[in-house]
Design a protein around this ligand. Structure first.
Ligand code: ZN
Length: 386
């Protein structure tokens, strides 16, 4: 299955191949468990029992019962998946990719669970309120409300959600800040801030990202990257993230998400009507025992669209890379940062085409390096630029 390595980069170590293979299987197993639970809840009618229990506990109040149902559904999913989560935690340690203590990890699990319960409960209450009031156009209305939620989440995530799990502080390094200002000025744009992301307490992997919208737009750089890479290499990473900003990738991704969500709600409406009107699985559209069916539609849709959405993401990444090549005076530090990243994160430089096509949101590192080398060959005067 694996294609020949097109560039001079070393082949992947058996260790990196094994680690990534296990990670993929963990992801697939996690998906199968979640999918299986939804099917079982629907086919056995267990979702009805769960709803009745929620009504009893909630003193027959619809909204209280709905929230309790969400909590029970998520608790069930978490309990079924916690074994795999723990295996994933052990895996990172076995491959020396994390030093996080078990207590810290457990606390992260608790926080993660609580945050997702709160978010899911809000979404469920909004969705089923619309379903109760607007039986015909609920899916269009819900779509509009979800669009607003996406924009809101993109805006508040860097200042509200991420700090629940990680510490952030404005970057103090004057040299790096000056490099960013130079890059931004050349691009005729401005990013509000660059933040140091304290990742090292949880992972030894390096990472960087562009996050936020409007006033919360910022580049975050992991301390695992800041501590181990040369200023020129970090500048190359900054230039790549600035490329995402200049090409408006966050806004475009929200646009793509909007189209996917519209299709999803349209399909959910058809499936729900079929289940209520034809199969008589539920008495009404707003019977929240049908929630597993809605989640199932969303799950199947995202599975079907995964290759297309990953291809779109890889397209954006290539665009950000090309932006970086143009902005920095030499691609050599870009290439060395890629190679460091692959080593540090135990990433596969040359995954098989199929694996890349199905699972990877970023192009294979060998291809990113190859693109940098090809770009360099076309720029005879590159070394003379400042
Ligand atoms: Zn990127």
């Amino acid at each position: 299955m694996s294609t020949a390595n097109p560039v001079t980069a070393q082949p992947d170590s058996p260790e990196a191949q094994r680690y990534n293979r296990i990670r993929r299987w963990l992801g697939i197993a996690d998906f199968v468990i979640g999918f299986g639970l939804l099917i079982i809840l629907l086919l056995t009618g267990l979702t009805g029992n769960l709803r009745d229990l929620a009504y009893r506990l909630g003193q027959q109040y619809y909204t209280v019962a709905l929230v309790l149902y969400v909590v029970m559904l998520m608790l069930l999913t978490k309990l079924l998946g916690i074994g795999l989560d723990y295996y994933g935690f052990r895996l990172e340690h076995n491959y020396h990719l994390s030093n996080q203590k078990l207590v810290g990890w457990l606390w992260d699990q608790v926080k993660g669970f609580l945050v997702s319960v709160v978010l899911a409960a809000i979404v469920a209450v909004v969705l089923y309120s619309i379903l109760r009031e607007f039986a015909i156009h609920w899916w269009l209305l819900s779509w509009v409300v979800f669009l607003g939620l996406f924009v809101l989440m993109a805006q508040v995530a860097p200042v509200v959600l991420f700090p629940i799990f990680y510490k952030f502080e404005p970057l103090q390094n004057e040299d790096l800040k000056a490099r960013l200002v130079r890059l931004s000025e050349r691009a005729g744009t401005r990013v509000r801030g660059v933040y140091k992301w304290h990742l090292s307490e949880k992972s030894n992997k390096a990472n960087a990202a562009l996050t936020g919208l409007g006033a919360t737009r910022r580049i975050i750089l992991a301390d695992t990257l800041l501590d181990n890479y040369s200023p020129e290499e970090i500048e190359a990473v900054l230039a790549h993230e600035l490329g995402h900003h200049v090409h408006r990738h966050i806004l475009k991704s929200i646009g793509v998400q909007a189209i996917v969500t519209l299709v999803g709600f349209w399909a959910a409406n058809l499936v729900l009507h079929f289940a209520v009107d034809r199969l008589h699985m539920f008495e009404t559209m707003s019977d929240f025992a049908n929630m597993p069916l809605l989640v199932l539609v969303a799950t199947i849709l995202s599975l079907l669209l995964m290759p297309a959405l990953n291809a779109y993401s890889r397209f954006n990444e290539r665009q950000a890379d090309r932006y970086a090549f143009r902005s920095i005076s030499s691609v050599v530090p870009f290439i060395s940062s890629m190679n460091k990243l692959a080593n540090q994160n135990l990433a596969e430089r040359t995954p098989s085409r199929l694996v890349e096509w199905l699972f990877h949101s970023h192009p294979a590192i060998s291809r990113r390096v190859q693109a940098a080398e090809a770009w360099n060959k076309l720029q005879p005067a590159a070394s003379a630029r400042g």
